[in-house]
Design a protein around this ligand. Sequence first.
Ligand code: GLN
Length: 240
Amino acid sequence: TITVGVLALQGGVVEHLNLLRRATAHVQSPDSLRFTFAEVRTAPQLAQCDALIIPGGESTTMAIVARRLGLLDPLREFVKVQHKAVWGTCAGLVMLAEEAVATKQGGQEQIGGLDVRVLRNRYGTQMQSFVANLDLAFLGEGEEPFRAVFIRAPVVEEVISDGGSGSQKQAGKVEVLGVCQVPGQQTEGEGKGDIVAVRQGNVFGTSFHPELTDDVRIHVWWLGQVADALRHGRLAVDGV
Ligand code: GLN
């Protein structure tokens, strides 16, 4: 059994659990393979997990609560020492970035694991939320675009390392898996846009919220990655 946790300190926990449960029917895996899903609020619960989702919500709040519950270091260990699979959506992406730039004053603690700097609230306030069609190559050729929901979303401003040397560095390079052409905004040219989906080894992050849609494709893909990684004893870091 593969145990997938959803960090349940704050944010869109139930939405992820619902979509995860629906996604399991579509994951290509041997019959022997089964998933169970669990809310994670304590270090012992985290230790039970093979993989973890960090939902959207408010990353400053999430970090404060995680610190109070003594979860920050276990989470760092999960991601950077045990190299277990983890996926952050929106605020979860902020938590997984090594660096975050806020539009307002005030930093926060993070888990890290992705060698990127994110810009929080890139598109402004809740009122400026939008939906954009993304072509996500990892979902397969000729697939319909993914209707991605952006709510006070962060974007990856810069890849800050190529997984180079140094004890704190993550294994593998940062792969850009998705870019967004913002509706009504000037972009820098063909194929350019904001980086809204990245992966580095075991760590996956999206600026948007698949859990707020009916589209199970990214959950299915990610669960497939998790299952493969556990079967082969590693996470695939090769191209998409
Ligand atoms: N703006 C939030 C943050 O920086 C993220 C918003 C979201 O998760 N929808 O944490």
